[in-house]
Design a protein around this ligand. Structure first.
Ligand code: SF4
Length: 264
């Protein structure tokens, strides 16, 4: 099959791959294929790069069945054909994330992401993949960045390329420059058979709340999304307060103001 990406998608994927030097000769890249539009596009895009660039790398894909829904496996059946068309070896892996969420009593998305990542890293090690590719796009990155501020008082964001020393795996996110609407449009144009998320929490998460908030604020601040995206860069950091002092440091300075033997 002759694979072609529209110019505006190809150029953004190439920008991320080149800027963060994501692919080397000899790489084996395991794709986290949930069956949503994002991961379908990621698989298609990486298969296209394999066909159209001179890098020599191989691909594999895995879908995690989180045990949210008995019909998931039959619904995901078309992913096997999708990958076969792209010549990507494919497997589906059962991981009982639903029970883990019930047992943990923590934020369901935190538990879910933890178990998914652990399973995908394990499978990457088992099949000899040195890289794992996820389908996060620019909207995901901006939402994560804003969420970190809203929910934890920190400024953090996932990085386009990260080496995980414990598992010896490099995580890459080749779609980080794509906007969600571009992914949606392409999935529609290609008539991708998207697997509906079986997640009972879908649409009712901190991420969804943050997405809604950015959309709402965007009505009053039309450049908000672009400003948030620009602020994710290290080079954009303006002047911030210094890190808080330790108790010992505070005590030392405190007694330069106040005589130890006197109380105020
Ligand atoms: S929305 Fe559902 S599938 Fe997505 S991370 Fe949260 S629990 Fe997992």
């Amino acid at each position: 099959m002759n694979l072609i990406l529209p110019k505006q998608i190809f150029s953004k994927v190439m920008r991320a791959v080149v800027e963060f030097d994501m692919i080397q000769d000899g790489d084996k890249i395991l794709i986290g294929l949930s069956g949503g539009k994002d991961s379908l596009l990621l698989s298609y895009a990486l298969a296209t790069l394999k066909q159209r660039t001179q890098k020599k790398f191989s691909l594999a894909a895995v879908t995690i069945n989180p045990n949210f829904d008995d019909n998931f496996k039959s619904n995901a059946e078309n992913l096997k054909n999708f990958c076969a068309d792209l010549k990507i070896p494919y497997q589906i892996e059962d991981v009982d994330i639903f029970s883990a969420i019930q047992a943990c009593n923590k934020n369901p998305c935190f538990t879910c992401a933890y178990f998914r990542r652990a399973a995908i890293n394990r499978i990457a090690n088992e099949i000899g993949a040195n890289k794992v590719a996820y389908a996060h796009h620019l909207d995901d990155a901006v939402e994560t960045f804003f969420m970190s501020l809203l929910y934890s008082g920190q400024l953090t964001v996932f990085t386009p390329k990260t080496f995980l020393s414990r598992t010896n795996i490099t995580v890459i996110r080749p779609l980080v420059y794509l906007r969600e609407y571009q992914v949606k449009n392409f999935a529609k144009e290609k008539n991708f058979a998207v697997v509906k998320s079986p997640c009972p929490f879908d649409g009712n998460t901190n991420r969804q709340n943050t997405k809604n908030l950015i959309a709402e604020l965007g009505k009053s601040f039309p450049d908000l999304f672009e400003h948030l995206a620009a602020a994710m860069r290290e080079s954009s950091i303006g002047e911030l307060w210094s890190a808080p002092k330790t108790q010992a440091e505070m005590r030392q300075i405190y007694f330069s103001y106040v005589n130890k033997n006197l109380s105020l």
